[in-house]
Design a protein around this ligand. Structure first.
Ligand code: ZN
Length: 299
């Protein structure tokens, strides 16, 4: 890429493209599929790493339609970080089409996958991809990202290792913070409803019971029967609150709240961070925001 663009410049075209800037820069160019992974890469990689997320802030990674610009980003990347667990069904084809030579890190490699137990009308993969919602799993992501960065740029090894160590300590503190917050919620109120089943790992790790009309992906339409079952369950089990998600249409939760009398407990960030000035600009801020919303509604 550098040579071809270099020739274009020699030919008189003064077009200093992002690709050339990257090729000349000493920074390692990393592409992550969505914002949560991009933040983890930034935390571990530091200033020497330039990170781009394919799906933007508040975007839906399940139903994402990649653009030609995404393909060019992959071609310029030296490292690609994806979640795995069938979250980004679109990434393998895109990476292949881009002829990217980048090393690929599957951030979730090594986590224990959660199988979806829900009884939804629509069939889908069954494996829950939202492993990052358990902070212990995020630590596995960080270790995989650290190892990927070192493999892509061995000269950065000491820095990546030191930054990962410091960040893993922050995640330990975060995990303890979530546990302490959940402990203050009365046991019979540890029940929430969200639009899609994105908090299964969270619920499993921290003892919160969950229900969602949509399954582990946002791609399939939610049937009236699924919604009816959730409404019956909320009434029977007395779920205190239902929550909107930053990546899902709010209308379904509005309807459920109306028909059950459950209150709307705010917006949870499930599959995507906010922009840098929003409530969940980093992974740690996202987890803290979510537990704060849960505490406000349930405790
Ligand atoms: Zn999701």
């Amino acid at each position: 890429m550098f040579n071809r663009r270099g020739l274009l410049l020699a030919g008189g075209a003064i077009a200093l493209s992002a690709g050339l800037a990257r090729a000349q820069s000493a920074r390692l160019f990393v592409v992550a599929t969505f914002t949560i992974l991009a933040d983890l890469v930034r935390q571990v990689g530091g200033e020497g790493v330039e990170v781009s997320s394919l799906v933007g802030p508040n975007g839906d990674v399940h139903a994402y339609a990649p653009s030609p610009a995404d393909s060019r980003k992959l071609a310029a990347a030296r490292l690609i970080v994806e979640n795995g667990l069938n979250l980004e069904g679109w990434i393998s084809r895109l990476a292949k089409a881009s002829a990217s030579k980048a090393r690929i890190v599957v951030a979730s490699a090594g986590v224990s996958p959660r199988e979806e137990h829900g009884d939804h009308d629509h069939a889908h993969g069954g494996t829950d991809p939202h492993a990052w919602q358990n902070v212990a799993n995020a630590k596995i992501y960080v270790a995989n990202i650290r190892d990927g960065l070192i493999a892509a740029n061995p000269s950065g090894k000491a820095e990546y290792a030191a930054r990962a160590r410091a960040y893993l300590e922050k995640l330990d503190a975060l995990d303890a913070y979530v546990r302490a917050a959940v402990a203050k919620i009365p046991a019979d109120r540890r029940r929430i409803v969200t639009t899609h089943d994105a908090f299964g790992y969270f619920g499993q790790a921290y003892g919160i019971e969950l229900a969602a009309p949509a399954g582990v992906s946002t791609e399939a339409a939610v049937s009236a029967r699924d919604v009816g079952k959730i409404i019956a369950q909320i009434k029977k089990d007395k779920f205190p609150a239902v929550f909107l998600e930053n990546v899902s249409d709010p209308r379904l939760i509005d309807q459920i709240a109306r028909e059950t009398g459950a209150k709307i407990g705010g917006t949870l960030y499930s599959d995507s961070l906010s922009g840098p000035d929003g409530a969940a600009g980093t992974y740690i801020d996202m987890v803290r925001h979510n537990i704060s919303e849960l505490t406000k509604a349930l405790a």
